[in-house]
Design a protein around this ligand. Structure first.
Ligand code: FAD
Ligand code: FES
Ligand code: FES
Length: 471
């Protein structure tokens, strides 16, 4: 039995928990305000808000309901455009009307829901955050300027919120209906789903499986991993970080420990998908889908992450670097799941960087991506971890190139030798994301970008050696 609150209505359903929330809401509940666009997480027409009771307070985030199984909504508050509506226009709807931010209206419910989610976020408002909140929504007819103006205006109205909690403020200021205040009491009455161990299909956030297996997955028997407590949390143990396998990209992005040790964390994660996908996508899902360009996989290969696998009888540890055996082939039995990820947190003297090139800056998978960790002893590299995606059948840890860097000082000559060695280690193919030669060139440039970022004085020499600027 799956139980959740849909808008202001309690739902108890025995329908297949693998069914998408989008289909449930439209075809079972006949709430058709939420639109069906791409069904691949790209357009945002199907955006809903999911509220989770955390430490006695509701936290809302936007999701693409076309990729969300109803099983992942158990014990939560699901909000559609109908659940936001008041008798009059809400503040967000009013702003859209004022700036003419809607024409055909197909995308509009998705935009309104995303921006309403932004209004319910406790973080201090800013125009940049308001625009980020709609980075998973596409409009094909209005043009984005009027939508931007509407978003800025909403954001300005939040400036007077100081000290008042976001939901009470939203209720008082015509952003959401009053029933939102009663949701925590209702959520408390729903029992958590038990921890299930079986050979069933495992779903984390569903953002990969629901794109790949959309037609079949709804009727499969599924173990839902996203909300299992034992798979959540980020903790520091000595110099190491332990992270539950179902940690989402958004949770990593907000985490104080990670932000302390990775100064550009926000910048890296902005390059990963969009806000609603980041709210669902888990780290273990990224590792296990074994995409040769998985962004998190590439980051964690450089960090030499260790995985704890379990079939509930036995646990074993394996390096992420040894997890990939061939294209989409893993060192993992079908009944094993990843439970934990462990890695050493970089010290302040270490250098870490992640670079990604894709056809679009946002909401696109990489053509080529790369991450690097350098642990320094003065000017000398003590250990190095270099990884690259999109340059072979598996996400690639560049073992020979990493070993080459050990004991070296960083000079232009060493970087050029490194790039030559990297070219021997990779085997890109020509495909929709670029030719083999283009991907080889991209990776060389990304390696230079890593080092130029760490050692800005190298910049001129490196560019000269590439013939990119005149002598
Ligand atoms: C629009 C869109 C944009 C995207 N953009 C990016 C991007 O920019 N960068 C990127 O890297 N990816 C991107 N992705 C891919 C995807 O979102 C990520 O790979 C995500 O991390 C997958 O996690 P998930 O929890 O949703 O996986 P799921 O779909 O739930 O599962 C994926 C696989 O992992 C398995 N699995 C899940 N959890 C576990 C576990 N604990 N143990 C063992 N197996 C497990 C599942 O059985 C399945 O085989 C995008 C996807 C979409 C739809
Ligand atoms: S229908 Fe396009 S993101 Fe869901
Ligand atoms: S108003 Fe038509 S797609 Fe946005």
């Amino acid at each position: 039995m799956t139980q959740f609150i849909l808008n202001n209505t309690e739902i108890k359903t025995t329908l297949s928990p693998g069914m998408t929330m989008l289909d449930f809401v439209r075809y079972n509940q006949h709430l058709t305000g939420t639109k069906i666009g791409c069904r691949e997480g790209d357009c945002g027409a199907c955006t809903m808000l999911i509220g989770t009771l955390t430490d006695g307070r509701m936290k809302y985030h936007a999701v693409t309901s076309c990729l969300m199984p109803i099983g992942n909504a158990h014990g939560k508050h699901v909000v559609t455009i109908e659940g936001i509506n008041l008798k009059e226009l809400t503040l967000v709807q009013e702003s859209f009307a004022q700036f003419g931010a809607t024409q055909c209206g197909f995308c509009t419910p998705g935009f309104i829901v995303s921006l309403t989610g932004y209004c319910l976020d406790e973080k201090s408002p800013s125009s940049e955050k308001a625009i980020d909140a709609v980075n998973g929504n596409i409009c094909r007819c209005t043009g984005y300027k009027s939508i931007e103006k509407a978003a800025y205006t909403v954001s300005e109205k939040l400036a007077s919120r100081q000290g008042v909690d976001a939901i009470s403020f939203a209720v008082k200021n015509n952003i959401v209906p009053e029933y939102f205040l009663k949701i925590p009491e209702k959520i408390k009455l729903i029992q958590a789903n038990p921890h299930i161990v079986s050979t069933n299909k495992k779903v984390g956030g569903g953002t990969d499986l629901y794109v790949q297996q959309h037609d079949t997955i709804a009727n499969e028997t599924i173990d839902f991993l996203l909300d299992q407590d034992y798979l959540k949390g980020i903790t520091q143990v000595g110099n190491a970080c332990e992270m539950g396998a179902s940690t989402t990209v958004a949770e990593m992005s907000d985490d104080p420990i990670l932000n302390l040790h990775f100064k550009n964390l926000q910048k890296y994660f902005k390059l990963v998908s969009s806000v609603p996908i980041r709210n669902m996508a888990t780290v273990a899902g990224n590792f296990t889908n074994a995409s040769p360009i998985g962004d998190l996989t590439i980051m964690f290969l450089a960090l030499d992450a260790q995985l704890e696998l379990s079939d509930d009888q036995q646990k074993r540890n394996i390096a992420l670097r040894d997890f990939y055996k061939g294209y989409k082939q893993l060192d993992k039995n079908s009944n094993e799941i990843i439970e934990k990820i462990r890695f050493e947190l970089p010290a302040t003297s270490d250098f870490f960087n992640f670079e990604k090139v894709s056809k679009r800056t946002h909401l696109d998978i990489a053509s080529v991506n790369s991450a690097i960790l350098l642990q320094m002893n003065g000017d000398v590299i003590e250990t190095a971890g270099l990884s690259a995606g999109g340059v072979g059948p598996i996400p690639k840890y560049l073992s020979r190139s990493s070993a080459f860097l050990k004991g070296k000082s960083v000079t232009e000559k060493i970087i050029m030798e490194l790039i030559e060695l990297v070219q021997e280690e990779i085997s890109p193919i020509s495909d929709a994301r670029g030719t083999e030669q283009y991907k080889r060139l991209l990776l060389s440039q990304l390696i230079k970008a890593h080092f130029i970022g760490f050692f800005p004085l190298l910049k001129k020499d490196l560019l000269l050696s590439n013939g990119l600027i005149g002598q």
